[in-house]
Design a protein around this ligand. Structure first.
Ligand code: NDP
Length: 476
């Protein structure tokens, strides 16, 4: 029988997605540039479902029912273009190419436009959850036309993770919207990990807790408002002892964090679209700073306070405050991510259901967390919410957390524990709350040296002051 879907690119991700489709009852055509991968998939997992192996692109395409649905799961960048160029001449109008790789959304926009000219649908699809997710149910973020979604959406929904019976997959929006949202997901993931790392650092150095004790604290937090996959795995990592040395595993890992680049894309794109995402930016920069061993060695002798860790009730109180600070900072970085999606949606003409984004991140992906349900509810109650922080429930939670949050940032500064994530989140919160920002002075400075003009609080219009002359004001 013809295959309902095909997967080309059978490294870890493609192989596991193909198995996921097959286990869900679909007949799956499978292809890989190097046929050995196709053969090993059939040898090892052929019994799991109905596969149609193909060694040549023509064979692969011929195995697919029409309209053809073809998932490309190869290395992002040039390899994806190479595969598209190879397959497109073999396809017909109405066929659907699904790119599940980690493409940059601008590439997806370009590819979608090019294929649309030939009548072929291009569905740039963010897939989150790594190899385990691909196999057991990822979070899936497809972008493209509504017509294409109608043809592939039900299959993608079926293989996605499910939470409370709902699939972690929805039609995000046109062209690059799916890959854009996936990119922001990864940016939020960076911010979340950084915040958790800062919480750990405070618990260890300011509250004097050891890794095993901190693992217990995280386990407890995971049963409350911070319930999430990242908190859960953090507890596991901290509880782990290095087999060789018998010391806490976290202490034998070199303290230089690497990155594959999606966090950087998020920040670069945020600058391009004009969306402030300082929480994500600080997380990217914190990884970068950690890797600059040259700078760190040169600065090691700089002065700073030496304070013993807190003890007794003071330490206990700090532990509770860090939980509040972590929660509040996390809300802020999610708010920034959602704001970035909204900003891009406005610029690119995407109609994105912001509540649905929270819904499909509840399972399958790295940032899955209990509180995504609350983000979803916030947008359900008010789809046009200008910022998550304006939601009544989140505003209330932030109000409850703010004293503890401020105390934690102050404690960190006093004790020379760097908390760029906590501090920038608090600054964002206060920046948005402020009646007046010193931006007034910045704008006045700009007018002074560059005649960049300013607007006034009391009159309409644009003005310039003759700073080098008699300082009179002129209307511009
Ligand atoms: P890789 O990114 O390591 O890519 C390897 C695959 O790409 C192989 O099938 C390889 O074929 C194929 N390939 C590379 N260059 C070409 C080319 N020029 N022409 C044809 N095929 C080519 O595989 P992964 O499974 O790790 O990831 C696949 C995609 O999924 C990537 O875009 C990745 O960013 C994305 N992704 C990965 C996640 C992960 O956790 N790994 C999570 C989410 C998305 P061959 O065997 O012949 O070399």
């Amino acid at each position: 029988s013809p295959a309902s879907i095909g997967v080309t690119g059978l490294a870890v991700m493609g192989r596991n997605l193909a198995r996921n489709f097959a286990r869900n009852g679909y007949t799956v055509a499978v292809h890989n540039r190097t046929p050995a991968r196709t053969r090993s998939l059939i040898e090892e997992f052929g019994h799991e479902g109905s596969f149609v192996p193909a060694e040549k692109p023509e064979e692969f395409v011929a195995a697919l029912e029409r309209p053809r649905r073809l998932v490309v799961m190869v290395k992002a960048g040039e390899p994806t273009d190479a595969v598209i160029d190879e397959f497109v001449p073999l396809l017909d109008a109405g066929d659907i190419v699904i790119d599940g790789g980690n493409a940059h959304f601008e590439d997806t926009r370009r590819r979608e436009a090019a294929l649309r000219e030939r009548g072929i649908h291009f569905v740039g699809t963010g897939v989150s959850g790594g190899e385990e997710g691909a196999l057991h149910g990822p979070s899936v973020m497809p972008g493209g036309s509504a017509e294409a979604y109608a043809a592939v959406g039900p299959m993608l929904e079926k293989i996605s993770a499910h939470v409370d019976g709902e699939p972690c997959c929805t039609h995000i929006g046109p062209d690059g919207a799916g890959h854009f949202v996936k990119m922001v997901h990864n940016g939020i993931e960076y911010a979340d990990m950084q915040l958790i790392a800062e919480a750990y650092d405070l618990l260890r150095r300011a509250a004097g807790r050891g890794p095993a004790q901190i693992a217990d604290i995280f386990r407890r937090w995971n049963t409350g408002m911070l319930n999430s996959y990242l908190i859960e795995i953090t507890a596991e990592v901290l509880a782990h002892t290095d087999r060789e040395t018998g010391t806490p595993f976290v202490d034998v890992v070199a303290d230089a964090a690497e990155q594959k680049g999606t966090g950087r894309w998020t920040v670069q794109t945020a600058l391009d679209v004009g969306a402030p995402v300082p929480g994500i930016a600080e997380a990217v920069f914190a990884r970068s700073l950690s890797g600059h061993t040259d700078l760190r060695a040169a600065a090691r002798r700089l002065p700073g306070p030496q304070k013993p860790a807190l003890t007794g009730q003071d330490a206990d109180r700090l532990v509770d405050r860090v939980e509040q600070a972590l929660y509040a900072s996390k809300i802020v970085s999610y708010a920034q991510g959602w704001n970035m999606i909204q900003t891009a949606a406005d610029q690119f003409g995407w109609d994105i259901d912001l509540g649905a984004v929270a819904r499909i991140w509840r399972g399958g992906c790295i940032i899955r967390a209990g509180f995504l349900d609350e983000i979803r509810s916030a947008y359900a109650a008010e789809p046009g919410l200008p910022t998550l922080l304006a939601d009544e429930e989140f505003a209330r939670r932030l109000g409850e957390a703010q004293d503890a949050w401020r105390a934690v940032v102050a404690t960190a500064a006093e004790r020379s524990i760097p908390t760029p994530g906590f501090a920038t989140s608090l600054a964002y919160y206060d920046g948005l709350r402020a009646d007046r920002l010193p931006a007034a002075l910045v704008q006045a400075q700009r007018d002074y040296f560059g005649a960049h003009t300013y607007r006034r609080v009391d009159r309409e219009g644009t003005f310039h002051t003759e700073w080098s002359g008699d300082r009179s004001e002129t209307r511009r």
